[in-house]
Design a protein. Structure first.
Length: 82
């Protein structure tokens, strides 16, 4: 649902974390809804990767931020190669 809403509003690049944050930065998602969207994202990650050891939300956020940074680095490198 977040992905579809982001796409509808023109937020089409970046990870789900970045899209949620950008929707918030654009004033399209209030603070409490931003936090709720991240909670749903955490739940989705737990369901999708249920075989992983459980982690607290702070650890998950650090891991997700690292994944987002790696994604940005790959995107940047891809654009430089063109």
């Amino acid at each position: 649902m977040v992905e579809a809403s982001a796409k509808e509003k023109g937020v089409t690049t970046g990870s789900l974390i970045a899209k949620i944050n950008e929707l918030h930065n654009l004033g399209l998602l209030r603070g409490h809804l931003k936090e709720a969207a991240h909670e749903v994202r955490f739940g989705g990650n737990e369901a999708a990767h249920g075989d992983l050891a459980p982690v607290d939300h702070e650890t998950a956020e650090v891991r997700d931020n690292a994944d987002e940074q790696r994604g940005r680095a790959r995107t940047s490198a891809d654009h430089q190669c063109r």
